[in-house]
Design a protein around this ligand. Structure first.
Ligand SMILES: *Cc1c(COP(=O)(O)O)cnc(C)c1O
Length: 362
């Protein structure tokens, strides 16, 4: 049987059906119903956020928080991420500026940050890529010095803590994705965590067409409300989250044991001061006997589908390459050409992990 890079977690079927009973009783399907309220409250304490706003997906959450913050001009970001991060900037009429990443953990390199700041810069949008936490202290220091907003793409960092603080407590806001392929899913879904009650109120309005009252529309908003079926899935999956993360941990430890001491294979370093969520298992093939692409093809022959995640980098996409020179972010290019994300999901068996590793090392 083939092994895909990920497999969505589902609660027991009857648990979800039971959760939906009150939806049938009330006929309240969307627009901030009781499931939505319950999930929002559970998640905000869980993520260490003062305020949380749920969305129909992570991407629209990111687009709308950039709108709500009223940004202008340029936003400094990383090319080593999913398309969503940069698209959210561009779709707000803002200009992305690409800063390179650190070779150690692939997050935005704060030592380069200042060189990209101009009088047009309004914000920094870093990514906690693979759940590796950005250098939040250094980034905040620079943001404070130049009066810039910081919005984290925290799509990979759900449930993590850094130095004992919830991951939703950093910067002006953090975006989470609850897409089917993430550690925690609401089928599709997302959220913005923030410490500002004003920002939360603005998001509520923007995600509902800019409507502020029965006869008032005060902004050009969109529609990005999470519905009750999504929220119900979230409530169920949240009950099983510890189990989910524990299983992922076993798998990651097995991978680390199998691949940790092999010349030319570089694993994600174990982060300090972080409780991990074991969302991804990226491996960098650097002067290994085989190239990343050879390993990718060999796994494919065995019906094991790893992913070149993130390759290509965003600044080389067809829709951006005319405007950017990828050579300006050499570390991102280097990693993108060598990284492979190995299969990882809660019910991947340890035998399969061993099999995947032996194909790689054979
Ligand atoms: C998944 C993801 C998103 C987008 O989230 P959706 O919920 O799929 O819209 C954004 N950024 C990163 C880094 C992601 O992995």
């Amino acid at each position: 049987m083939s092994i895909l890079v990920t497999r969505s977690s589902l609660p027991p079927f009857n648990e979800y059906i039971e959760e939906l009973r009150s939806v049938w009783d009330t006929h309240w399907l969307t627009n901030m119903g009781s499931k939505h309220k319950e999930l929002e409250a559970s998640l905000s304490s869980f993520l260490g956020a003062d305020f949380l706003s749920l969305f129909t997906n992570g991407h629209l959450a990111l687009e709308m928080v950039l709108q709500a913050l009223g940004l202008s001009g340029e936003v400094i970001t990383t090319p080593f991420s999913f398309a969503s991060t940069t698209h959210a900037i561009v779709r707000n009429g803002l200009t992305p500026v690409f800063c390179d990443i650190k070779p150690s953990d692939y997050t935005l390199d704060p030592s380069l940050l200042e060189s990209f700041i101009t009088d047009k810069t309004s914000a920094i949008l870093p990514v906690h890529v693979y759940g590796n936490i950005c250098d939040v202290d250094a980034i905040q220091k620079i943001a404070d010095k130049y009066h810039l907003r910081v919005i984290y793409d925290a799509a990979h960092a759900f449930a993590e803590t850094y130095k004992g603080k919830g991951i939703g407590s950093f910067g002006d806001a953090s975006m989470f994705s609850f897409h089917a392929t993430k550690v925690f899913n609401t089928i599709e879904g997302g959220a913005i965590a923030t410490s500002g009650v004003e920002l939360k109120k603005k998001l509520e309005m923007i995600k509902n067409f800019g409507i502020s009252g029965p006869e008032d529309v005060i902004a050009v908003g969109g529609n990005a409300k999470m519905n009750e079926f999504q929220a119900a899935m979230g409530l169920c999956n949240l009950r099983h989250l510890n189990e989910e993360i524990e299983k992922r941990k076993q798998i990651v430890e097995r991978y680390r044991n199998n691949l940790g001491r092999i010349a030319g294979i570089k694993l994600n370093s174990i982060p300090v001061d972080v409780t991990e969520n074991y969302a991804y298992f990226p491996v960098v093939f650097d002067q290994y006997r085989y190239t990343r692409d050879q390993v990718f093809e060999k796994l494919k022959e065995h019906e094991i589908y790893a992913r070149k995640y993130f390759y290509p980098t965003i600044n080389t996409f067809a829709c951006y390459r005319d405007k950017y020179d990828a050579a300006e972010t050499p570390v991102a290019q280097y990693i993108a050409e060598r990284v492979l994300t190995l299969p990882l999901y809660a019910d991947l068996s340890l035998d399969d992990v061993d099999r995947i590793c032996s194909i790689i090392t054979r």
